[in-house]
Design a protein. Structure first.
Length: 115
């Protein structure tokens, strides 16, 4: 499952804070628990809209994961200024992001040769 979010400039710092949160030990109900950053472990790709050829002042966040992951973690980033893309906008941004990822992979292959 792939989800893409459009992040307005006003929400970027708050979303980055969630995405880049450090893993840590924390006391929860009298027990020490290790709190992991599931976004960092799952992986994501964030791109500036202008670097992808779009004109708006925004960033796009691309995450590929399971429905369970999104049920648990999506509410942490769906704040004011963040919109989950659907329909034609989703397809357009998804195509650009995947094209860039394919081009990057091809570039690595060219540098290091075929495996």
């Amino acid at each position: 499952m792939i989800r893409i979010y459009k992040i307005e400039s006003k929400a970027l710092a708050a979303v980055k804070k969630v995405l880049e949160e450090q893993e840590r030990m924390e006391e929860v109900n009298g027990e020490r628990k290790f709190i992991i950053n599931e976004f960092a472990r799952e992986g994501y790709n964030m791109r500036d809209a202008k670097s992808m050829g779009f004109t708006e002042e925004a960033n796009y966040l691309y995450i590929k994961s399971t429905e369970e992951f999104f049920k648990k973690n999506e509410p942490r980033i769906l704040i004011e200024g963040v919109k989950k893309l659907e329909g034609p906008d989703y397809e357009k941004v998804k195509g650009e992001m995947e094209k860039e990822a394919d081009n990057a992979a091809a570039g690595v292959g060219a540098v290091f040769g075929e495996f």
